[in-house]
Design a protein around this ligand. Structure first.
Ligand code: ADP
Ligand code: MG
Length: 723
């Protein structure tokens, strides 16, 4: 007898095992049983032939209508053409030199046929399809297992192994199974009215009826969510058990001086999050917190306060930023907000003051050396950097807090690479660029506690967004430049964003947002900037900014823009995240349909940051009634980042939704869809928390513990592979 861990080749033949291993990496009985059906065909209900499209790999159920055999002129053998029907439409099956098949493909019999739909003489056909005939009444005894039931599962198959052969293998595997030990705790199984694991596997592959199949699928979907949540809850508990230095806020320190000099009142939301963070930092265990918030909700100042609290207690804080532009901006913002408090080690400074330093890949060797020294000696309390922070040579005296800004650009690996540079387990604050739906946070960042900033600072002006269709209303583009001229005349500034640096180039680092087809005339920064400077924006100070410029050029351009010495910045998405110039009021996004929904929301968050309302114009050549236009309309219709991120995620593949953080667990998630299965995930989370409260290391549930460990192991292996 076999169990789920048994080698498949012990149960079905070596040859078939090898095909399954090659095609689907299936090596054990359990792997095979987790090759779930995509759908079911009902015996007697023929497939709709009209729906088949050329090029599709199909498995259909149809009835043999006629068969003819004709010789090929001048050659031996002949062509067998069998026409099958669904009662309405017909499809021909052709076989060369296989006239003997006529005996199997008897008129009036039903069968499963699999192959690639081709067109010959204007008619749909399958050439040399695989097939299996449904036995007629007389043949019942010889009926193969998978025709025993009314519902025929359809599997992802290969040319070497059609769906029904996979079905046969699965039936053999199920027949060979000893009692399967169920890892789901009995109490949970019963509370949800779920079948046992064995029952679910049997019903999914050979359902008595579709209700049973649905229930089986529900249970197995729940299992995936439950195991993942257990892993995350356990990981979170493990992290909580670690000991570290508590970083209590102190009286009369840097933080207090900073608060006193802050030029604005913190929002209620900011205050709430700040007290959550302060109480976390005061614990002798490391904080692991996700701070998510609406674009422009003021996450940076919250993070800075946390960093100052750690500096006050004698430690250091590192801020990991996704781009050099953003890292440089953080340095400027912090220096401005802290004033003399950031001038530690100089004459102007008070005794509380600290230093801020920057570590990036493209800085000069001298600047780098200085920064490294400041980080290692503890002279700098705050170290801001890009990926360069993760470099081997970067050392800290006492790294107490890691802040990861705009987390969507980083994976767990990067966080961990920084963590190992700390003497004690550091506190961790992770910030997302745009808000994410609750269950996504729960799944992707389920080992973190979550704080959410929903409100924008008071007095923030709304952003109005319009779609400009160049095809339908070409004159409106001219109007866009006019709007920029008007704003500049008021003393305001503007962004023009283009998807490309130069025509024909692709800014490959940012290619993930390119949805549609390539077209030759996508707006490019280096062409648009001079064209505007000599045309629509003549007489206005226009500068360009893109990823191929040196860090110095980028930095000085950003500085000049922030200082109001440049009116219009023509840029790629290097300004996407975080860039903060309150005087900018208009953004024109060229070929806006090339960007994702959340990305557009993030981009337009660059305007309307000050006291004047923001205007965002989405320029597109996409035709009306296309999905691209629907996305743009959605962005124009709402300023709710949660809603937009949901729309955005719904268009992604599941793997992209999970992102770098959960890539290792993806192979365990076959049925679960993070957005669709919100309720399942919430229920699973609640159950996982409950179980862990009862048995923190699952000591009383060894079968479950093994299953969770397996998932954790794959997550870790994936991590090592990448590292
Ligand atoms: P995000 O959450 O998108 O990262 P930022 O942290 O860049 O947003 O904040 C956006 C702008 O709002 C910054 O200029 C910041 O100084 C300002 N800001 C933050 N908090 C407040 C507040 N409570 N009142 C007024 N302005 C604020
Ligand atoms: Mg930010």
């Amino acid at each position: 007898m076999a169990n789920l861990k048994s080698r498949l080749s012990d149960v079905i033949g070596d040859r078939t095992s090898k095909v399954l291993a090659d095609a689907f990496a299936i090596t054990t009985v359990g792997d095979l049983l987790r090759h779930y059906p995509r759908r079911y065909m009902v015996r007697g209900e023929l497939s709709n032939i009209a729906e088949l499209e050329q090029g599709d790999e199909v498995t259909i159920l149809a009835e043999v209508d006629s068969s003819t055999h004709r010789p090929i002129r001048g050659r031996k053998g002949g062509i067998l053409e069998v026409v099958v029907t669904d009662g309405r439409d017909k499809l021909s099956l052709t076989f060369f030199n296989q006239s003997w098949r006529e005996k199997e493909l008897k008129v009036g019999l039903q069968g499963l046929f699999a192959g690639k739909v081709g067109i010959f003489n204007g008619k749909k056909q399958l050439s040399h399809p695989d097939y299996q005939m449904v036995p007629d009444g007389a043949d019942v005894d010889s009926a193969v297992d998978n025709f025993a039931g009314k519902f025929l599962p359809v599997y992802r198959a290969t040319a070497k192994l059609p769906s029904w052969k996979i079905s046969q293998c699965i039936q053999m595997a199920i027949a060979s199974l000893d009692d399967v030990r169920d890892y789901l705790p009995e109490q949970i199984r019963i509370a949800h009215n779920f079948p046992t694991l064995q029952g679910a596997l049997v019903q999914l592959h050979a359902p008595a009826d579709l209700d049973h199949a649905d229930l089986a699928r529900e249970r197995l979907t729940f299992d995936e969510a439950f195991l993942l949540q257990l892993m995350l809850v356990m990981r979170r508990n493990e992290l909580r058990k670690l000991n570290t230095i508590s970083r209590k806020t102190i009286k009369g320190g840097l933080l207090e001086a900073f608060d006193a000099s802050l030029p604005f009142q913190l929002t209620g939301g900011q205050q709430d999050v700040i007290s959550e963070i302060e109480s976390d930092l005061a614990q002798p265990h490391p904080m692991h917190r996700l701070l998510q918030g609406e674009v422009g909700s003021g996450k940076t100042v919250v993070a800075l306060r946390a960093m100052l609290a750690v500096v006050d207690s004698g430690g250091q804080a590192a801020l990991l930023a996704p781009t050099e532009v953003l890292a440089a901006q953080h340095l400027r913002t912090f220096a401005k907000l802290l004033g003399p408090l950031a001038l530690g080690g100089t004459l102007e400074s008070g005794d509380k003051a600290t230093q801020i330093t920057l570590i990036t890949r493209s800085q000069s060797a001298l600047a780098r050396k200085e920064a490294l020294t400041l980080a290692a000696s503890g002279g700098a309390g705050i170290i801001i950097g890009t990926h360069a922070l993760l470099g081997e040579k970067v050392e800290f005296k006492d790294l107490g807090l890691i802040v990861v800004d705009e987390q969507h650009r980083f994976g767990v690996e990067q966080r961990d690479a920084l963590k190992v540079k700390a003497q004690q387990p550091p506190h961790l604050l992770v910030m997302t660029a745009t808000p994410i739906p609750r269950t996504v946070a729960m799944t992707v960042f389920g080992d973190l506690d979550v704080s959410t900033l929903r409100e924008l600072p008071l007095g923030r002006q709304p952003i109005t967004t319009h779609v400009i269709s160049v095809l339908e209303k070409p004159a409106f583009l001219e109007r866009a430049w006019e709007r920029i001229r008007e704003e500049v005349a008021y003393g305001h500034q503007a962004y023009v964003v283009a998807p490309r640096i130069e025509s024909g180039s692709d800014e490959s680092a940012d290619m993930d947002f390119l949805f549609g087809l390539e077209s030759a005339d996508i707006a490019a920064v280096t062409e648009l900037a001079p064209r505007l400077a000599n045309g629509g924006l003549k007489g206005i100070r226009v500068a360009e900014l893109h990823g191929r410029q040196s860090a110095d050029v980028k930095d000085s351009t950003m500085r000049a823009f922030a200082a109001g010495e440049i009116d219009v910045l023509v840029s790629t998405t290097v300004i996407e995240v975080g860039v903060d110039v309150a005087n900018a009021t208009v953004m024109v996004i060229m070929d806006a349909d090339r960007f994702g929904v959340s990305q557009l929301h993030q981009l337009r968050g660059r305007v309307g940051r000050g006291r004047s309302p923001g205007l965002c114009l989405l320029v597109t050549t996409a035709a009306a009634d296309t999905p691209a236009r629907a996305r743009l309309a959605a962005v124009a219709a709402t300023l709710d980042g949660f809603e937009l991120s949901r729309i955005d995620l719904e268009q992604r593949r599941e793997g992209d939704v999970l992102g770098a953080n959960q890539s290792g667990t993806q192979s365990h998630l076959r049925l679960l869809r993070v957005l669709r299965d919100e309720e399942v995930i919430q229920a699973a989370r609640a159950d996982a928390v409950q179980i862990i409260t009862e048995s923190s290391d699952l000591a009383t549930l060894p079968v479950l513990a093994t299953e969770v460990a397996l998932m954790a192991r794959d997550a870790a292996i994936d991590y090592l592979d990448k590292g």
